[in-house]
Design a protein around this ligand. Structure first.
Ligand code: DP6
Length: 349
């Protein structure tokens, strides 16, 4: 067994001061999806994934250490967090405290500009911003890979939102010891000669009925299609990296679309099925096909919710947005592009 890991340089060190820190992060949309864990506690995925961080819907999070408080206070969009949301943030802070060797409780104030829990990656921007702010407030010095690993423990997809533009999340070595597996599972930037638009059709902004966490667990446990989808993920990732490097929007879109629809197929085959697609989603998917028949390079992807994101060139973005608006009247349509990585706004050790 190895005693030293090449990434040990990223291990946290305690900084001199700590206190209050504010960070901002943007959501990311996976072009090769993460769906399924091999370790629930460490949030280790079964497959590598690759995403584009957006330039819309940021989350801003402030962490203030609260000497004397007996428990953490978590405010989400101006209201005290309850239940699972409160539990996940507190568990995440416990991890930060353990690494920092501190026991102080904190007040977390987080504001999303995206509907929370609607399959628009609010947990990705949320935990990426929390990782950056909490690490700074508790005086942990982490490099970007270290921050990505930390964010991962809050929500897998958050590991990718630490980085701007395009990022790959390495699943890590399935046969490694838990510690090495933890160190080996982080995201990093991916070179891309592409500046596409992502047209987001918010057909339904309410929270999803089944969380992605529960849905992926159920899919892995019961779907006979899961193994085939996961086995194809390696080829999807290699194809995606090559397509991004050569700036091939059609190839990027084709891979993203089949990877996403394949993921939804695994859920539809779960017992009982998990179905996030709504009639409005299907109408938008149909419209995307029509656009392609009209020679517009437009490709769809969907996450754990009914909202559809359409990848296209910047030049076609308004045409695609109009087509989507017409297909799903009443939906909110937002045109996004590649956005920045998570960053500290102020404060920290
Ligand atoms: C469909 O990252 O929200 O958006 O790790 O359990 O918090 P947890 O899951 P989460 O799942 C995201 C699933 C997805 C695909 C993706 O972003 O890769």
């Amino acid at each position: 067994m190895r005693t030293e890991h090449p990434l040990d340089a990223a291990r946290p060190a305690r900084a001199a001061t700590a206190g209050t820190a504010t960070a901002v992060a943007h959501p990311n949309i996976a072009l090769v999806k993460y769906w399924g864990k091999r370790d629930e506690r460490l949030v280790l995925p079964r497959t590598d994934s690759l995403s584009m961080t957006l330039d819309v819907f940021p989350t801003t999070t402030r962490v203030r250490l609260d000497p004397g408080a007996g428990q953490d206070t978590v405010i989400l969009d101006g209201a005290p967090a309850k239940g699972e949301a409160q539990r996940r943030v507190t568990a995440f802070l416990d991890l930060v405290r353990e690494r920092a060797g501190m026991s102080l409780r904190a007040v977390v104030d987080s504001r999303n500009t995206v509907p929370t829990g609607a399959g628009l990656a609010s947990s990705a921007s949320g935990f990426a911003a929390l990782a950056v702010a909490a690490a700074a407030a508790y005086g942990l010095r982490l490099d970007p890979a270290g921050l990505s690993r930390l964010a991962r423990r809050g929500s897998g997809s958050a590991s990718r939102s630490v980085f701007g533009r395009f990022a790959v999340w390495h699943a890590g070595d399935a046969d490694a010891t838990p510690r090495d597996a933890d160190l080996g599972s982080y995201a990093e930037p991916v070179p891309a000669d592409l500046d596409p638009a992502l047209v987001i059709a918010v057909v339904h902004a309410g929270p999803k009925s089944v969380s992605s966490r529960a849905a992926m667990r159920h899919t892995v446990a019961t779907s006979p299609l899961y193994a085939a989808w996961a086995a194809a993920a390696g080829d999807d990732l290699a194809g995606m990296r090559a397509a991004l490097a050569r700036g091939d929007l059609d190839a990027v879109g084709r891979i993203a679309e089949h990877n996403a629809l394949g993921m939804h197929a695994t859920m539809l085959a779960a017992r009982p099925a998990v179905r996030y697609l709504s009639p409005a989603s299907v109408t938008v998917l149909d419209r995307v096909l029509e656009l392609r028949q009209d020679k517009v390079a437009a490709y769809a992807t969907m996450d754990a919710g009914p909202n559809v994101k359409v990848l296209c060139s910047r030049a076609d973005a308004e045409r695609v947005a109009d087509a989507v608006r017409e297909a799903a009247p009443g939906s909110r349509v937002v045109v996004a592009g590649p956005g920045p990585g998570a960053r500290l706004l102020h404060g920290g050790g």
